[in-house]
Design a protein around this ligand. Sequence first.
Ligand SMILES: Cc1cc2nc3c(=O)[nH]c(=O)nc-3n(C[C@H](O)[C@H](O)[C@H](O)COP(=O)(O)O)c2cc1C
Length: 165
Amino acid sequence: MSKKVLVTYATKMGATAGIAAAVGSELRAAGLQVDVQELGAVQAVTPYGAVVLGSAIYEGQWRPEAVRFLRRHERQLRNRPVWLFHSGPIGPSRHQEQPVPPDVARLARLIQAPPVKTLAGELQADAVTHHRDLERLVGDSRDWQEIRAWAHQIATTLEPTRQPT
Ligand SMILES: Cc1cc2nc3c(=O)[nH]c(=O)nc-3n(C[C@H](O)[C@H](O)[C@H](O)COP(=O)(O)O)c2cc1C
């Protein structure tokens, strides 16, 4: 099977795209071939030997296109290593693991993915115009060190090809 890794994501405001880009950079630095693409641009997972898939969380749910993607590609995803993450918690709760929505949990079990990784997110001012209660949480809580460490673990599992220096 191809060694190429797909890093794909569902976002509303862009924070999850930034996380996916950082995961992709770390995997590349470890010598892996990587495509980073928004879910809508992915035609098939068959060209890839492994998949990292993430979604932003809104009101406790994954973005609908991410759930649809897992459902549509379930059989192919089951046949390759898959890592799932969600981008959500912000502010003082940024390190709090978030519950996995039941529809995603069911699909993750079918795919035999390891536990979904919670990564802190970013709340943009534009996102809270109709949610005054969230205004005080506006800001970027993404933890680049944690993101890189998680991606590094994935790279280690995938037997990276980087030559020792
Ligand atoms: C209306 C609204 C609801 C949200 N609900 C949740 C939630 O239930 N759980 C969570 O962890 N984060 C929640 N968030 C935070 C976002 O998931 C977080 O900002 C995320 O990083 C945004 O990703 P995106 O920019 O890729 O869309 C919410 C944000 C907004 C604006």
